[in-house]
Structure formats: structure tokens, C-alpha cells
Design a protein around this ligand. Sequence first.
Ligand SMILES: [Ca+2]
Length: 204
Amino acid sequence: MNTFYVNSVQIWAGKVSDSEIAKMGGPTAAGLPAGVVPSSISAQPQSQTVTVGGSASFSVVATGTTPLTYQWQFNGANIPGATASTLTLNNVQASNAGKYTAIVSNSGASVKSQEAVLTVNPSPTSTLQFHPADANKDSSLSLGEVLSYAAAFKKGADWPVDPNPIPLGYVIRGFTLYKTGERYKFDATAGSAPASWVSDAAKP
Ligand SMILES: [Ca+2]
């Protein structure tokens, strides 16, 4: 075991000057304490395109003397709590589209990553808005509509609206919506089709 002796301790009342630091053991050319490697980014976050409701993930890889800290920004503003090397966005909405950057810092430097652009595509609502059995597209499933759909399913017949062949889950969903009041609405947050069509009791 090594033994260390402290033979002098000095306390400065004011700011320590570069020349004073130099006397204490030699700074680097950048004015950093000896041995500190400034943070630098070795892998930049990459731009991505996702569909509404999907997930996006941005990562940055950095080197330098630890500890390294991370702060992600969205369109130049800090994202609260986004302080890991990877930023994951779930259930992405159109409002999440924009520029993402990471700021990586350590005792030697604070560096900003390149911008990664998140593009958010709208979901194909033209086909998802209505249950395929809703022939007149009035957000209501009549008994006649669900029976016609079920009959086509039984026969294995093609239905004018995709998906084909008709999935059993779509038939069951149609009957469920009919039984719970006929009115329904499209709700992307409820899951993917057919779970995305939910009963809409609020409508008359
Ligand atoms: Ca209808």
C-alpha cells in the first residue's frame, strides 16, 4: 500500500489563473487539466422516417474522459429527461417531426452532434378510417353490413375493401361493434386494425 503525504495546501480566494494552474502540474494546450480528453462524437445520430404511432430511436456514440453526460434537443430546445446516449420515441405523432441533436459534455468540452431529422408519415387513414364491412362508410355497422361481410368470409370470397382474404378478427370486430351500438370510430392509439376501430357510444 502506498502512503501519500500532503506537504502543502493552498486555497485561492479568487479565480485560479492559467499560470497558477501551470505551476500545479501542467495544463494541456487547450487549458485543460492534465489527462482530460475532451468529449467528441464518433457516431452521429441518423435521420429516420416513421409512420404515425410508430417508434423512433436516435443514438450518439461519444468518446472522452468520463463521466460523459448527454442532453437531447428537439428543434434546439432541451428535451426534459432525455439524458442517455439513446433517445427513444414511442407512439410518434406528427408533432414529433423535426430536428434532433445531442449535446455530449465532459469536464473538457461540450460538443453538439449533427442534426438528425425525424420525418413522420401519416397513417393511411383512407383505408383505415372505416371498417371494411362498413359499405356506406358512415362510421356505423348495421346488422346487414356485418352479415354480408361474414357471409363473404365464410365463402372465402374477395371483399371490395382490403384486407383479402378477410381475416376472422375483422369479422368478430364487426359483430362486436354492431352489438355495442353500431357507431364506431377509428382510434390509432387503440392498436392496429381491427383493434383500431372502437365503439363510439358518444355519437347518437
Ligand atoms: Ca355503415
